[in-house]
Design a protein around this ligand. Sequence first.
Ligand code: ADP
Ligand code: MG
Length: 167
Amino acid sequence: MEAVAPQSPAELTVTSPEQMRDLGRRLAKLLRAGDLVLLSGELGAGKTTLTRGLGEGLGVRGAVTSPTFVIARVHPSLGDGPPLVHVDAYRLSGGLDEMEDLDLDVSLPESVVVVEWGEGKVEELTEDRLHVVIHRAVGDTTDEVRHVTVQGVGARWAGAELGSLSA
Ligand SMILES: Nc1ncnc2c1ncn2[C@@H]1O[C@H](COP(=O)(O)OP(=O)(O)O)[C@@H](O)[C@H]1O
Ligand SMILES: [Mg+2]
């Protein structure tokens, strides 16, 4: 297999939860069935907030919330778009392979799959993915400023125009 050169990431600064949600809506425009979006960042970084906007952008049913008691939640499309599968990987001990065993009522290749992942669990993944990393300023617990990096990994994202995200 030919190596795909890494895409240069889009770097964004987000200053409120509303802006984070808006970023999710813009991100949704880039997505299609079969895509995997990986969200990294500490607890409270804004991963679920971003996913909420993504769900709105995709036009799916049901409010996106933290999947606290479930590993994954399926949000079917209200139109003819792909469903959103929202996964909390804090509850996935065996990595993404485990998702195949979840018995979701949708097929992952026909869905947009968004995984909230903790920091440092990403290395084991090799597939095409859009990797979003959210951090807040170190030591800052009240500020609403978040730094967001969006990087496309793999052939799916080679040549993708991520610059539109900063609009
Ligand atoms: N710029 C921001 N982006 C996202 N969330 C923010 C921002 N500033 C403050 N917040 C707050 O931080 C919290 C993020 O929570 P959540 O999205 O559930 O994070 P995570 O899923 O990463 O644990 C929310 O209470 C949200 O209102
Ligand atoms: Mg969350």
